[in-house]
Each structure stands twice: as structure tokens, then as C-alpha cells.
Ligand binder design. Structure first.
Ligand code: SAM
Length: 255
């Protein structure tokens, strides 16, 4: 996957994008992350990228010209590497608190593309013409306001890249974890089996794979019911799952 990020602060990406799983994914050629400094596309002598809002109001707004030129330059580079069709089909994602909520479903949807372009806003955000014309998607990472789109872009990139085939050591990790089937993952344990008097559930040490799978499913249902009951409405549930949830609703002993 080809990822292009337009930002005023490319230095913020060093570290989070270069280490651990994302760093290895880049080294192995599974993903490339190219950073573009929006300031380099400002054409005036002082490389000004922001201006005061028309009509007054606090703060500054990111000017449209550098953003249009930057997206055009990225598209041209993508077209050279992947062809015009792929470049035209690549989503251009503006990070904004006003965007559609980012979820695991959206991460999976984005992971199906060969290339993604991210625009990180700053200040009071970007000129509305850049949002209306350049962005094919607007994504929010939550109902709170951050100082810029860099951390949201990194969150989205991290969630997407770990879904790409071959990126995780064990691809099953991405299948069995929270949200993969609409449920939270249940509790996990590792050695030692007993620590300060607290023991890991015996069933996990039993070697009975069927019993372990059933226990895990119930724990996932229980945890989701306790912590995020809103997820249950759209989760993928079997008749057995529903029967267990009815037991929980009627005050049955969780097991
Ligand atoms: N004035 C804007 C508003 O009220 O919607 C907020 C601008 S915010 C201070 C600056 C930039 O940070 C935004 O343009 C966006 O790129 C990014 N940002 C802030 N919070 C975000 C969030 N929850 N999700 C995605 N991007 C966010």
C-alpha cells in the first residue's frame, strides 16, 4: 500500500511510523509512507500556509492554494507509480472532528485500497473549498478536538496497516480481536498461571480447544454486554450467543 501524508509537521511522524510493526512493514515493502510538507507548496516568498478567516473570528485557516497544489503533486506521483486509474481511485482523506467516525469497519474498508492520501489540518482547519473539492472522505477519530490532524492520521494509518496481509506476525490476530466480529475481545492471560494468589482460568490450561473457544466466546459476549452493550445490536450472533445474552439479561450467573 502507498500512503501519502500532507502535513505541516512531517517531523511528528518519525517514531510512531518508523518503529515496531509499522517500521517492519515498511522495511519489508508491505507499505510505503511518504510525507509531504504542505509549506513546500506555498508559492509566496514566505511560504505562508494560513490566513485569517473571512468574516472575522478567532484563529487562522489553512489556505486552499498549497493544499490543492500538494494534492495535485501527490496524485501525479501516484499516477507515475501506479497508473492514472489507481491515482484517481485513491481516497483523499481529510482528518476532521466533523468527519465520519473512524471504526474497525472503516479501517477494513480503507485497507482494501492500494493507495491512501491523508490531509492533516491545523489551526482552525482548512478552507472549505479544499475540503469540498479535494477530500473524497472526511474522518474523525472521536468527539474531541485535537490541535492537528497528525495524531488522527497516525491512528488511522496504524489501524489500517496492521490489517494488510503479512503485516502482523500471525494474521489470525486481526481476525480474533476486538470489533472483528462486532464484539470486544474477552480477557487474555499468560504465564505465570498463578501470580500473587491470582490464578488464570483453569479452562485455558486444559488443552481442550473446543471448551477454550466456547469460554472465549462467552467472555467476549459478557465483556461486550458489560462495557459496550451498544455493539450487540449489530454484532454477528448465533442462537447460542443470543441464549447466553438472554441469561445475562435475566440476571443469570456470568460464566
Ligand atoms: N475548528 C475546527 C472545528 O471546529 O471543527 C477544529 C480544528 S482542529 C483545532 C485542527 C485540525 O485538527 C483539524 O483541521 C483536523 O485536521 C484535526 N483534528 C482535530 N480533532 C480531530 C479529530 N477528533 N479527528 C480528526 N481530526 C481532528
Amino acid at each position: 500500500m502507498d500512503i501519502s501524508v500532507l502535513t505541516l509537521f512531517p517531523g511528528m511522524f518519525a517514531g510512531p511510523m518508523d518503529q515496531s510493526i509499522l517500521g517492519r512493514a515498511q522495511e519489508r515493502g508491505l507499505v510505503s509512507i511518504a510525507l509531504y510538507n504542505i509549506r513546500d507548496f506555498a508559492q509566496d516568498r514566505h511560504h505562508v500556509v494560513d490566513d485569517t478567516p473571512f468574516g472575522g473570528g478567532p484563529g487562522m485557516v489553512m489556505k486552499p492554494e498549497p493544499l490543492f497544489l500538494a494534492v495535485e503533486a501527490v496524485r501525479a506521483e501516484l499516477a507515475e507509480r501506479r497508473g492514472a486509474v489507481a491515482a484517481d481511485d485513491s481516497p483523499v482523506i481529510l482528518l476532521s472532528p466533523q468527519g465520519r467516525p473512524f471504526t474497525q469497519v472503516v479501517a477494513r474498508e480503507l485497507a482494501a485500497h492500494d493507495a491512501l492520501v491523508f490531509i492533516c489540518g491545523r489551526y482552525e482547519g482548512v478552507d472549505a473549498r479544499a475540503e469540498d473539492v479535494l477530500a473524497t472522505d472526511v474522518i474523525s477519530i472521536g468527539d474531541y478536538v485535537l490541535t492537528g490532524g497528525e495524531i488522527p492520521a497516525m491512528a488511522v494509518i496504524d489501524a489500517v496497516v496492521r490489517l494488510l496481509p503479512g503485516v502482523l506476525g500471525d494474521d489470525a490476530s486481526a481476525v480474533e480481536e476486538s470489533f472483528s466480529d462486532g464484539l470486544l475481545e474477552g480477557p487474555t492471560y499468560t504465564r505465570p498461571a498463578e501470580y500473587r494468589g491470582m490464578t488464570a482460568p483453569e479452562i485455558l490450561l486444559s488443552g481442550d480447544h473446543g471448551a477454550v473457544a466456547r469460554w472465549r466466546r462467552r467472555q467476549a459476549l459478557l465483556r461486550t454486554w458489560q462495557r459496550r452493550p451498544d455493539l450487540l445490536a449489530s454484532a454477528d450472533l448465533s442462537d447460542e450467543d443470543r441464549a447466553y445474552l438472554r441469561e445475562l439479561e435475566s440476571g443469570g450467573e456470568p460464566q
